[in-house]
Structure formats: C-alpha cells, structure tokens
Design a binder for this molecule. Sequence first.
Ligand SMILES: [Zn+2]
Length: 311
Amino acid sequence: MYVRILGTAAGGAFPQWNCVCRNCQSVRVGSFSGRPRSQLQVCVSSDRTSWFLLNASPDLRVQIESNSFLYPQTNNLGRHSPISGVILTSADVDQSLGLLLLRELQPLQIYCTAPIQRILREDNSMFAMLNRVSDQASWNEISADTKFELKSPTGETSGIKCLPVSVSDHYPAYVSAKRVTELSPKDAVIGLILEDGSGKRLGYFPAVGQVDAHLLSHFGDLDVLMFDGTFWSDDELIRLQGSGQTARQMGHLPISGKGGSLDLLSHLKRPRKMFVHINNTNPMLDESNEQYRQVYDAGWEIAEDGCQLEL
Ligand SMILES: [Zn+2]
C-alpha cells in the first residue's frame, strides 16, 4: 500500500489566519524552528494509479496541485482524476469541507457512516452539488466493525480493505442538539484500519476521544499508526484564550500527562507511530522545544506534509 501525507495540521492549519499564539506569530516573522503545515490530508493506493482520500481537507485544491500524482491523466479527453473516492471519519468541517472542492461533476465513491451522510446531505444542502448529475458521487454507508472494500467509481476492486472502528461519540459543534439525539453515538467519529493484499496494516486515527482495550487490541496489529496529535495538554486552548473547552471535551485525547497518548500507548512497540492532525498551538511543533524531543525520545514521529510511506 502506498501512503502519501499531503497535510498534517488540525483545523485552521498552521499558521491559522486569526491566531496570535507563539507558534503562529513566529512562523509569520520567520523565526520558527519548524514548518508551516496545511490541514490534514492523507491518501492511499494499492497501485499508484487509483487513489483514495482519507477525509477531504479544506486545503485539498492546493494539495492536489502540489502533488502531480493526483493530476488528471493527459491522455483522457474531457475530465479525469486519479482520485477514486473519499472515506470520511467524521463530519467535522476540517475533515469534510474538501468534498465541496470535488464538486466538478466527477464520479467518486464516498464512504461514511449513516449519521455523517445524514448531517452532510440532509442538513447541509450545499453538498447536493456532489449529486447534480447521475454519474457523480456514490454514497456508501459504512459502520463500525464491518469491513468493506474500496472500489473505483465504476465498481472495480482496489485491493484495499477498510475496517472502521468507533473512537468517539462527539458530533461537530455545528450539528444541532436535536439532531444529535437522533444519531447513533458510535457512528460519530471512526478510525480506519486499511489493509491491502500484502497483509500490511495502516491505522488512521486523527481524532480519538479515549483509548479502551478494544482499540488497543487493534493498535497492536498495525504496521503504521497515525494518531491524534491535536493538543499537547488538556487545557491548551483554555490557557491561551482564558476560556473554552478542554482537549478531551473537544473529543481529543491530549498527548502529555497521565492518561495522555504518550502514556497510554507507550507499550506499543510494533507499529511505526506518527502524530497527525496537529493544532497550531501544540508546542511539539517547535523543534527547539523540549516537547518535540520528548515525542521522538518516546519513539513517536511528528508527521510532516509531503511524507511518503510504503507498507
Ligand atoms: Zn496559533
């Protein structure tokens, strides 16, 4: 399986347009020890011809134009894209807005849980742009613990199988309280375990509210784990803004502290462990910081825009 990481930041990217945190300000004046980042976007392929996006970032248009393997093939008349489909892990804006950037009448497979589909298609009418003509988006309902195969828009198998795993009951803040009562909690946020014919497994878990024994048993079988690196500490945004929600209240396990991801996943030796979905406030982004060294000393990596993996 070929894996390309096109973006690694959480919503708002890095720097974020209205943020005056130390990280964002240092990037703007050119004094930051580290790199700017676009919003999280990963894609996978078994043949490097047909690609599947894991979520669809608000930076998708630029990410496609910055990566020639996602360009249309020039021997095709009219329109073409190597992008065969998109798997959504949540209805979060930074994970789903990019679908609207794929609205130019292209056949696509879209895989998501029933509640995510309902939120996007019934409550947000703009997404109807993906279904203006019959030969456009095909929506496929997926659910936790039921494996499915990724298929091309014309139905050919890709050789990649995907197992969704429920990770959080946290629906996005824009979903009304009434609607949330109608939706199944276990389908709010999923992680993905992707496997091709070689038996190698990629775990994609950009938003994890808590880690339980079920999740840990899956992680032990992975070759690569991409995990929620949103916040370093539980009160990161509160300390910066003086008010707001904790990381856990926002559906993200913090990295540091007792019960944080470095602590809970320290025994995991097999998978290559990478943090993705990193918020611009996270001190580990600064390579001169103690937190950066702590992550690498613990055997983790901080994924960077442009990373390429082969499993
Ligand atoms: Zn910032």
